[in-house]
Design a protein around this ligand. Sequence first.
Ligand code: G6P
Ligand code: MN
Length: 451
Amino acid sequence: MLTPPFILSIAGGGSTYTPGIVKSLMVRLEDFPLAEIRLYDIDEARQRTLAPVVEKVIRDHSDTIKFIVTSDAETAFSGAHFIFAQMRVGQYKMREQDEKIPLRHGVVGQETCGPGGLAYGLRTILPMVELIDLVEQYADKKAWIVNYSNPAAIVAEGVRRLRPNARVLNICDMPVAAMRNIGAILGVDRHKLQVDYFGLNHFGWFTRILVDGEDRLPEVRRHVAQFGLLTEDASKTDPQHADPSWVKTWRNIKPIMDHFPDYLPNPYLQYYLMPNQIVEHQDPHLTRANEVMNGREKKLFAAAEEYQRTGILPDAFHVGVHGAFIVDVACSLAFDLRQRHLVIVENKGAIANLPYDAMVEVPAYITANGPEPVRMGAVPLFHQTLLMQQLASEQLLVEATIEGSYEKALQAFTLNRTVPTMQHAKAILDDMIEANRDYWPQLQKAWQDGE
Ligand code: G6P
Ligand code: MN
């Protein structure tokens, strides 16, 4: 096992999430002792602007933790024990393209779902592998990469294919954010919930919600039928997911459960099960990327600037389940706590009727040697079929990236449930090739058009 106090590197140090994650680390120093925090980012200027905010968060809690800000991989990772990765290849500017290009064709435009997610996958897989290689070169041999980088399902599959032995644990805060809301609805601390859940990342269902051994899903179902997955008073929603577009997303759990009341869906299923409505209600010129750039990002950078000028740091970032979850997972890895968390793991039979090697999202016990998935059994035909189609779309995208294959990319786009026809798939893909020139591997056609 790794010996504390730990050296922790944050890859993607210039992320809007970094101050919140570091704050979550600071309130847990007794559980997860730290000797050093290192910020690493290839966008030096961005990271340098945010670093004083992060340093202040650290110094409010500790005089001893060493703080390093660097764009040099060796400095960032030498001897590191934990690496929290949260890279966003192409930043919010490219997220905006991922959202707006499909919308121009009347198709869902989303960060991780549909063509936007596939495009983001094509940008991220190879840089993620580069990061893994740098970590393996410099870090402690037992180091763990805890990876939040999106699109997590595709990134996880890419890593499984290209670096099967890497010590990477892929996570997402959406299930735990849903559990936060479930806890608020039931009046129970989310840590007291023990859930069963199956699916792929951003594509899954809660099947049981145990509190002290009793399944409270029926109560949640009755609540959702009225309010969606939010407390009656939506203003009490945690600020991380409280913007109007997120409130709408939580509310959309209701129509999904009105149709299919058996299980509680991940909110991202709205994009696959009701794409027309999503597109209808979306302004194609002002998408979530714009909301984030004009909101979370602007506020944080304004605060960093004000802090530099006045020495007073305004309240400008969020501390919630996002940071708390990654720290929980890291603690469990570090000290072999075997806590049960929802994470992205190789299936290995956890979902009996999905491929053995699929990267699935299920509960797992997090040990010092990694996650041990819990068996969720076989899933109903309806869910299995939805999952298989999504899995195929994501796997083809990974193969397209590795092989540089245009045809496989087109198949991935065509198979995605958000895309109605092959013509839509091709038109969107061709526009995206143009927009991603600086980021995507070259996609070659085995047959030329019209051949
Ligand atoms: C959730 C998901 C993340 C996603 C984020 C987007 O937390 O789990 O995968 O990146 O939402 O939130 P945003 O506020 O950037 O739209
Ligand atoms: Mn996620």
